[in-house]
Design a protein around this ligand. Structure first.
Ligand code: PGA
Ligand code: ZN
Length: 420
């Protein structure tokens, strides 16, 4: 039984309003959630309910979403028995009744779903990752993908590609993977400073230097990995990109990179060249979300050599992922709870991917809180990949700290990429 459901407007890491949700069960167990929020959002994500009152927080307030939780949603959930998180999520889906959660707000539904998951785990005396783990998978410690350099919508520099990450795939353990991320990040900062470049950070905590070409960033990353005493290689410290290509595609279909106009096939050849010269192992959103032809070509050209992750193109939506799988789009999916709008739909999306041999990377949003739910989700689902931003800033490191904590408690959990 849910006896209390609370919601209030708090701030995310960008200083924008978001939701804090608390739930209390009849036995006294409680759960909390802080709702993440993206900047470069996909067209088919669950939509956030925002106040739209331009006189307050530039319209970004979430007091209406909070009122949905304490009003409509609490009214539906209170005073009756719930036998599973899936039942609660199903009630939220039915109560909302829209394909994109626009009536209740995906921010409201995901906050309630996450908080309920925590409360039920607590009621069972389980860790959240234990509670979330499907019986068919083996939990494991995921390879962290640390944001090192930011561009696109996450920084005010001239870089078109949104994220340049490093992934310590060959690290012997979670703790050593975090150490590699931290040490390389520190060396990168020092190298940038020595070169007279800005070391301010983008929204995910990666540096936002005044580079314009992807190659300049990759060269700087290679040097930082090397200077920090690590080996830059696809099976050691690998590089991962999230160009977020939807953001640099013109209305006429051309992609704009470092001042040049590229056709879809030319952009694909740029990726092929970069992957030949640098130890890139994964590219997310290499093509725009509405460029079906580009995605098909990209997957055909590079899908054997590289992990190709669909973020905007899939939106953690099981129905959309199913279409993508049928159309041979990408070979992996980014997983964001607030794109789906409930924890159950997130788990369904992950299960669908697993069944079809699509890899999964659990991800933060560029707007985050100190909620570490996604660290638990990544371990629970055994997906082997996690993207949580730079190894710096409280809202990012709390996730990595939680991963280290779980690894310390459970040294029997394997670290590394999952078999596909
Ligand atoms: P977002 O960016 O949270 O701003 O959407 C993250 C991503 O594109 O992966
Ligand atoms: Zn992305």
């Amino acid at each position: 039984h849910i006896i209390d459901l609370g919601a209030m407007q708090i701030l995310d890491s960008r200083g924008r309003p978001t939701l804090s949700v608390t739930v209390t069960l009849a036995g006294g167990a409680t759960g909390w959630a802080g709702v993440p929020s993206g900047a470069s959002t996909g067209a088919r994500e669950a939509v956030e309910l925002r106040d739209g009152d331009s006189g307050r927080y530039a319209g970004a307030g979430v007091t209406r979403a909070a009122a949905r939780i304490t009003g409509t949603i609490f009214h539906r959930l209170k005073g009756r028995p719930w036998y599973s998180l899936a039942d609660v999520d199903q009630a939220l889906i039915e109560l909302d009744g829209t394909p994109d959660k626009s009536r209740l707000g995906g921010n409201a539904t995901v906050g309630v779903s996450m908080a309920v998951a925590r409360a039920v785990a607590a009621a069972h005396g389980q860790q959240l990752w234990e509670f979330l783990s499907p019986s068919t998978v083996r939990p494991r410690m995921p390879v962290p993908h640390f944001n090192m350099v930011s561009g696109g919508m996450h920084a005010s520099n001239q870089l078109d590609f949104q994220e340049f990450m490093i992934a310590p795939i060959g690290a012997p353990s979670m703790a050593e993977a975090v150490r590699a991320g931290v040490e390389i990040y520190a060396v990168l900062r020092a190298n940038l400073a020595a070169a007279g470049r800005p070391t301010g950070q983008g929204d995910d905590g990666g540096f936002a230097p005044d580079f314009t070409r992807p190659r300049e960033v990759l060269t700087a990353l290679m040097r930082a990995i090397d200077d920090a005493g690590y080996t830059a290689a696809r099976d050691q410290v690998a590089i991962a990109l999230d160009p977020a290509a939807t953001r640099f595609r013109d209305a006429d279909g051309a992609y704009r990179v470092a001042g040049e106009r590229l056709s879809g096939p030319e952009l694909i050849e740029l990726y092929a060249d970069l992957a030949a010269d640098f130890p890139i192992w994964s590219i997310e959103d290499g093509m725009a979300e509405d460029d079906a032809d580009g995605w098909r070509r990209l997957t055909e050209r590079l899908g054997e050599r590289l992990q190709l992750v669909g973020d905007d193109v899939f939106c953690t939506n099981p129905a959309v992922i199913e279409q993508g799988i049928a159309g041979a789009v990408a070979n992996a999916a980014l997983i964001k709870v607030n794109q789906a709008g409930t924890v159950t739909e997130t788990l369904q999306a992950m299960d669908l991917c697993r069944k079809h041999g699509y890899a999964r990377m659990v991800s933060h949003r560029s707007g985050e809180t100190v909620d570490d739910f996604i660290a638990e989700l990544a371990v629970a689902t055994g997906c082997g990949q996690f993207k949580g931003g730079a190894p710096a800033r409280g809202e990012r490191v709390i996730k990595y700290n939680r991963l280290m904590h779980i690894a310390a408690q459970r040294p029997d959990l394997p670290y590394g990429l999952a078999d596909r």
